[in-house]
Design a protein around this ligand. Structure first.
Ligand code: NI
Length: 257
């Protein structure tokens, strides 16, 4: 049984001391592919370097909505150039975060649209972060889609069932992570039951959102198996089936051989 962690921040400072050991532990746990996600320009560059060094790793490059105010002309030029690197498998993470709202909404929207355009130009999928911004996220995606389908994923999906139907209709994949394993995870459990298996991806969002029973400690890609187990449990489906389908979905979306 093999798995893909479609959202890992392996370039976060939390992994400075044991990045190699963490990647090795993931392999031992059957996590054969990992999408290493940048959240600013330096971590995007580091994600590309890491993916170039390791088989089975791909890089996602972008500026997180919480840092959207730092997306200036210089960063745009650098990211557009970096996007041509063959190790890059996605653009992001981008999107809208009206929960923390560290960057002004207008700036977040402008940055989100810019990332969507870059993804289209490069023929790459987009990794979307949406926190308390479902309506604006959906409007921006619909406007960008202009009637076509979008190649991308709603990472750590947290919306309603109605919102789920809307983003599925746009062609988006749905990714679930650690929060699904928490005791009061009613929303994510409902989503895990409802999302068609052919649209489902798994992730850790490590070093954050650590799944039970490791909650409170640092998260890492090996723990994506705990998410797979919980998805299988709530769907009443064999874990091997969930692993096979979500891995095939991830390979198709990110074009990771
Ligand atoms: Ni993330």
């Amino acid at each position: 049984m093999t798995l893909v962690d479609t959202h890992a921040h392996l370039t976060a400072a939390e992994f400075d001391d044991d990045q190699e050991a963490v990647i090795e532990r993931a392999r031992q746990a059957g996590v054969e592919r990992i999408v290493v996600v940048g959240f600013d320009l330096p971590t995007s560059r580091q994600a590309v370097a890491l993916a170039e060094q390791h088989r089975g790793l791909g890089a996602a490059i972008g500026i997180h909505p919480n840092d959207a105010q730092h997306l200036g002309a210089e960063e745009k030029t650098a990211l557009a150039k970096l996007a041509a690197n063959p190790a890059v498998v996605a653009i992001g993470e981008t999107g809208l975060d009206f929960y923390r709202q560290r960057a002004p909404r207008e700036k977040q929207l402008e940055a989100f649209r810019w990332h969507l355009d870059l993804a289209s130009e490069r023929g790459l999928p987009v990794i979307v972060h949406d926190r308390d911004a479902h309506d604006d996220t959906l409007s921006a995606l619909k406007e960008h889609a202009a009637g076509r389908r979008i190649r991308g994923v709603m990472h750590c999906f947290s919306g309603s069932e109605a919102f789920l139907e809307e983003v599925l209709a746009l062609g988006m994949y749905i990714s679930l992570g650690g929060p699904l394993t928490y005791p009061n995870a009613r929303g994510p459990v409902e989503i895990a039951r409802r999302v068609p298996l052919e649209a489902l991806l798994l992730e850790t969002d490590c070093p954050w959102l650590t799944p039970a029973p490791h909650r409170g400690k640092r998260n890492e890609p090996a723990y994506v198996q705990l998410v797979a187990r919980r998805v299988a449990e709530v769907r009443g489906q064999p874990e091997a089936e969930v692993a096979a389908a979500t891995s095939a979905n991830a390979r198709a979306l990110f074009r990771m051989a």
